[in-house]
Design a protein around this ligand. Structure first.
Ligand code: HEM
Length: 436
């Protein structure tokens, strides 16, 4: 830590982590041993099983859905998209050091690993510590199951300035996204040294994760901005039904799916040869807070809505015909001889055929943040996408500069982060970058 104040939560987590490391190696085995109470064992799937007086209802957590580990990739990318999101961007505090950053990432990894198993952030958790000290865990997830929680960490371009000696490790494309036509960005909803995407089936579990990770960061990093999302606007498995966005259209039909390993390798994961080495197996995350002018859209004729999207609202089928999963035929014409899928439709402009084959993995969420000063819904789509290069998103967003949908949208927030691979067992996220 720097000379900044060391809050109880951060101190407790670091101490707790170190105590457990003393008992065994850091990680789940360490957690089970560290918990120490009777009846704690590791199940075949690696989950912590057994009733304990401390922490959350672990018997319930063990039987409830724990998002499957995704091997070398961080969870929360190809994981079946959960229904709720809490996303937060952070800035490192002034005068923090590279050691502070490494320690923060170690503390975050430790707490995140626990929370994704349905556990409190530390062994003493919400109610097992000293009555004279603030609890390590804030407690609002006590009794709630793991809820498929995934926690995904990203490193923004600004982390690679001169503060932490990481200038030489910055990937070539990791820069602030360029200004796009029609951008109306709020700096207070954009960028950040670090980001955390927490997704879960239960909104309280996602909020608990961000709240506790923010608390652990105290004295080292502060929240720059955050975003809640409800209702996924994509799918990442063929078993998931295609959800609808706030325009009422099916969204996610043509997304990259988790079992399409070839498409993932080609479009989402950074390969070892693409470098840098610390990012191999990782990806790049783009976030765009896109306000949707709902009231205007709701006064638009159905046929015009279909034309704008390029698909029909009922089935999500391309306007060239077929059903939802029929590939669009951009050469098809309507009765008047004009293109069946309009030249300025969203789907035509975003389609890989018109963008050199580029595809991205979309993982966005609906949001409604109350109403605006004008009494309109402050609503939209918190667009999240994972791609192997920032250039993929930039190409698509530029292609969408003539998008007919643009009339109903305003991009008000933006950010880009490099998402490192999953840490090796016992290591912290970003260990490859920091040499920790
Ligand atoms: C509020 C903003 C947006 C809305 C409401 C929206 C809505 C939709 C809808 C309804 C579809 C068709 C169904 C599907 O295949 O998923 C679609 C497809 C797509 N969108 Fe968006 N979108 C938005 C923003 C963006 C942005 C910012 C990008 C990237 C820069 C993007 C990229 C794509 C891509 C790549 C497809 C698939 C095209 C295809 O392969 O057919 N969208 N979007």
């Amino acid at each position: 830590m720097s000379e900044q104040q060391s809050p109880d939560a951060a101190a407790a987590t670091t101490a707790d982590r170190e105590a457990e490391r003393g008992l065994s190696r850091r990680g789940l085995m360490g957690l089970a041993l560290g918990a120490g109470a009777a009846g704690v064992a590791l199940g075949a799937g690696g989950g912590v099983i057994g009733g304990m007086a401390l922490g959350r209802d672990q018997a319930q957590a063990a039987t409830d859905a724990v998002a499957p580990a995704s091997g070398i990739h961080q969870p929360g990318i190809t994981t079946p998209v959960q229904d709720h999101l809490h996303f937060a961007a952070y800035d490192m505090m002034a005068r923090t050091t590279r050691d502070d950053l490494a320690e923060l990432l170690a503390d975050w990894t430790y707490a995140a690993t626990r929370m994704m198993q349905g556990l409190d952030v530390s062994a003493t958790g919400a109610v097992g510590g000293s009555p004279e000290a603030p609890p390590d865990d804030t407690g609002e997830a006590l009794g709630l199951p793991a809820s498929n929680l995934t926690i995904t960490f990203g490193f923004g371009p600004s982390l690679f300035d001169s503060r932490f000696g990481l200038e030489g490790q910055r990937p070539a494309g990791l820069e602030r996204l360029p200004a796009f036509l029609g951008d109306d960005l709020d700096p207070l909803r954009s960028d950040g040294d670090l980001c955390i995407q927490a997704c879960a089936d239960d909104p309280q579990v996602a909020v608990h994760a961000i709240r506790n990770l923010s608390r652990i960061a105290f004295g080292r990093a502060t929240i720059r901005w955050s975003q809640l999302g409800f209702g996924r606007t994509s799918k990442t498995t063929s078993e998931q039904a295609t959800p609808r966005n706030l325009f009422g259209f099916k969204d996610g039909t043509a997304n990259i799916l988790a079992d399409d390993t070839a498409a993932l390798e080609e479009n989402v994961w950074v390969s070892a040869s693409e470098g840098p080495a610390w990012l191999a197996g990782g990806s790049y995350l783009v976030a765009r807070r896109i306000a949707m002018l709902i009231e205007t859209w709701d006064r638009t004729r159905l046929a015009e809505q279909d034309r704008v999207v390029g698909r029909d609202k009922a089935k999500g089928a391309p306007l060239s015909g077929g059903d939802e999963f029929t590939p669009p035929d951009f050469s098809a014409t309507g009765p008047a001889g004009t293109p069946a899928i309009d030249a300025r439709s969203h789907v035509r402009l975003a389609h890989p055929d018109n963008n050199g084959g580029i595809r991205i993995l979309r993982r966005g969420y609906n949001f409604v943040d109350g109403t605006t000063d004008l009494g309109r819904l402050n609503a939209g789509l918190f667009f999240l996408s994972f791609q192997k290069s920032p250039a993929s998103f930039i190409t698509l967003q530029k292609a969408l500069s003539t998008d007919a949908m643009g009339e109903y949208l305003r991009h008000v927030g933006s950010g880009l982060w490099a998402v490192p691979p999953a840490p090796a067992a016992g290591a912290s996220v970003g260990a490859g970058l920091l040499g920790a």
